[in-house]
Design a protein around this ligand. Structure first.
Ligand SMILES: Nc1nc2c(ncn2[C@@H]2O[C@H](COP(=O)(O)OP(=O)(O)O)[C@@H](O)[C@H]2O)c(=O)[nH]1
Ligand SMILES: [Mg+2]
Length: 636
């Protein structure tokens, strides 16, 4: 679907009673106040929405409440807006929520806007002129410096066409939201529509969504099917970033979804309660102490967070710092997302900032590299960020983790990884999945592996080698399977290690058994081979040998490792050929007598006593050759 019409979200901002809702109605014909209580009291309590399509631009208006008690609702609406319509009444000019809303928009990174000087029918020329000067002073040096200040009156309709022209110019200049990123929609409402079921609404933050898509609901991590979509009051097949969107989802009650939850592309995000951020304090805020609790707002989510300042005990007004936020609830965030913090009590907006690492490592005084890492995340190129992530993690970093932290799409990640792989210092240990690891760490592993193998040979002179599994485990949990495989491959290519099936050994080592050992080993094998299924006890077999028990024990271990012998229970060991014959026997039985076999029939078939039959049947169950069904077994 190619569609040249631009979609922009316009959010109102401004003090209560300055005429925001009235102005939206004058512009769109829709009064945004929805709730009964709002209509009765004549004030906006929650978010309101209206649409307008004009001159090839689709406007989604989000009307916010001006009352200081409802700033938290305003915050849910303000995230995701492209343009702010700052509403200032000519007769009152700058009031507390004019300031607070404006600061919030600035902290949320809103880039553009239009200022509406409302209620101009109530102000004479001089008053309007003074208001203008005051507003110009107010926005000086900010993103709204130089923004048009349009005089309007919703009552007389004066200035409405100028306002639309100003909005249109701003809409054209505004950067379009990225429809190529992963789909993300912070939910602001959830309700049921008769005949359709659950509908959630929100500002489509990034990417796009189509009817039929499977999307993920956070933090529940529930997959939901998109049954229908609406934008601008019309049913559509697809909605994209920058549109107010209603999503009809199947498979969930509307009461199970609340404001603050997020719908997103499947598997592309992760919930977090610990994030590293760049935090900024407003000029008018009191100093912020380390470990203080704040209200945290991001997207449509509101929760409580604890601030851990990096490297300082207090943040001064206007100050900026790196900090870790610990949240009380799950948030779904990626690098670059904006957030707002409000004082715990009394509740006023004190600052905000940008998410740098949404899956931050636990705060620790020993972690001296954190600041440098965060600087990279804040202002580095993709390549620099990728390097920094790979270097910071002993395990290296995998594609999936990079994506959930950064929101990068596959092509961006691939391009950056390609460049990084060509530079020194970072190694691609696996392409599928993509895993990057620092060379320093990789060479450590390259040194550790032969040392571990060597030690194994020393401790187990009779064994041919260490199993892959044991070798991997000896490195601890700080090595991914892919990294282990890559290192092992490199070492075998360099002929430092040799692999033989399950076993890894040092190149050039052959275990050499003495003639006496070889003979003894053979004796053990013969004893079990001869016995068939009615095996002797291992102790008895070993006692027959003319050697020390511990020594004989080792030979038995070798045979078990070589899988010549198989341990079926603590007591019983069988020759692998006897077991192979047993499964052939069972297959034959199944063919001729059916799939069910009881213990008596099994004993008869094999000619063994209960002492052997029961452990053998349990072994067969574990091997999934049989399955227990009451008193009988089903041959699989
Ligand atoms: N005279 C006049 N009154 C207005 C104008 N715009 C809004 N009002 C009135 O101001 C009051 C508050 O308006 P409202 O839109 O609810 O303000 P909000 O709190 O900013 O949304 C209402 O009684 C409106 O009728 C205007 O341009 N001129
Ligand atoms: Mg209002």
């Amino acid at each position: 679907m190619s569609d040249s019409r631009k979609s922009v979200i316009v959010g109102t901002a401004g003090h209560i009673d300055h005429g925001k809702s009235t102005l939206i109605e004058a512009l769109t014909g829709t009064h945004p106040d929805r709730l009964e209580e709002e209509k009765r009291r004549g004030i906006t309590i929650d978010l309101g929405f209206a649409f307008l399509e004009e001159d090839g631009v689709r406007y989604g208006f989000v009307d916010v409440p001006g009352h200081e008690r409802f700033v938290k609702n305003m915050l849910a609406g303000a995230s995701g807006i492209d343009l702010v319509l700052l509403v200032i009444a000519a007769d009152e000019v700058i009031k507390p929520q004019t300031r607070e809303h404006f600061e919030i928009c600035r902290l949320l990174g809103v880039q553009r806007g239009v200022i509406a000087l409302t209620k101009c029918d109530l102000a004479d020329n001089d008053t309007r002129e003074l208001a203008r000067l005051e507003i110009e002073e107010f926005v000086k040096g900010t993103f709204l410096a130089g923004a048009p200040i349009v005089e309007v009156s919703a009552k007389t309709q004066q200035g409405l066409s100028d306002l639309k022209a100003a909005l249109r110019a701003a809409a054209e200049a505004a950067a379009a939201k990225d429809t190529k990123r992963y789909f993300r929609l912070p939910i602001d409402r959830s309700f049921a529509v008769k005949g359709f079921g659950t509908v959630v609404t929100g500002t489509l933050f990034s990417g796009q969504v189509s009817v039929g898509d499977e999307v993920e609901l956070f933090p529940a991590r529930k997959l939901l099917r998109v049954r229908g979509l609406q934008t601008g009051g019309k049913s559509v097949e697809r909605a994209e970033a920058g549109q107010r969107t209603a999503v009809n989802v199947a498979g969930i009650e509307h009461t199970a979804i609340q404001r603050g939850m997020v719908l997103s592309a499947k598997g592309r995000l992760r919930a977090t309660r610990r994030l590293d951020v760049r935090l900024e304090l407003l000029p008018g805020a009191p100093p912020l102490k380390n470990r203080v609790r704040v209200h945290f707002h991001a997207g449509t989510l509101e929760t409580i967070g604890e601030v851990h300042l990096l490297g300082s005990r207090e943040l001064a007004p206007r100050g900026k710092a790196f900090a870790q936020l610990r949240l009380q609830d799950d948030a779904v965030l990626v690098r670059g997302d904006r957030f707002i913090v409000r004082q715990f009590s009394p509740v006023v907006t004190i600052g905000g900032g940008t998410v740098l690492d949404p899956l931050a490592r636990r705060f620790s005084a020993k972690d001296t590299a954190r600041a440098e890492f965060l600087e990279k995340l804040e202002s580095g190129t993709r390549e620099e960020i990728l390097r920094a992530m790979a270097e910071r993690n002993l395990l290296g970093i995998a594609a999936e983790e990079i994506i959930v932290r950064t929101g990068w799409v596959a092509a961006e990640l691939a391009a950056a990884a390609k460049t990084v792989a060509q530079q020194r210092g970072i190694r691609v240990v696996s392409n599928e999945p993509l895993i990057l690891l620092s060379e320093t760490r990789f060479s450590e592993i390259l040194k550790q592996l032969p040392a571990r193998v060597e030690r194994f040979h020393k401790e187990n002179p009779l064994l041919q080698g260490i199993t892959r599994e044991e070798l991997k485990a000896s490195l601890g949990r700080r090595v991914r399977p892919e990294t282990f495989a890559a290192a092992l491959q490199m070492l075998t290519e360099q002929k430092k290690l040799v692999t033989q099936g399950e076993f890894v050994k040092k190149a050039g080592t052959e275990i050499t058994l003495t003639t006496e050992e070889i003979r003894a080993k053979d004796q053990i094998v013969q004893a079990f081979a001869k016995a068939g299924l009615a095996v002797p006890s291992a102790n008895d077999v070993l006692a027959q040998l003319k050697m020390e028990k511990a020594h004989a024990e080792k030979l038995l271990q070798i045979l078990l490792r070589e899988k010549v012998l198989v341990r079926v229970s603590t007591e019983l060991i069988f020759h692998q050929e006897a077991l192979a014959r047993l499964s052939a026997l069972l297959a034959q039985y199944k063919k001729t007598k059916g799939e069910r076999i009881g213990v008596p029939a099994f004993k008869e078939l094999t000619g063994i006593t209960r002492k052997y039959a029961i452990p053998l049947l349990e072994h067969l169950d574990r091997q999934r050759l049989t399955r227990r069904a009451g008193d009988e077994r089903v041959i699989l």
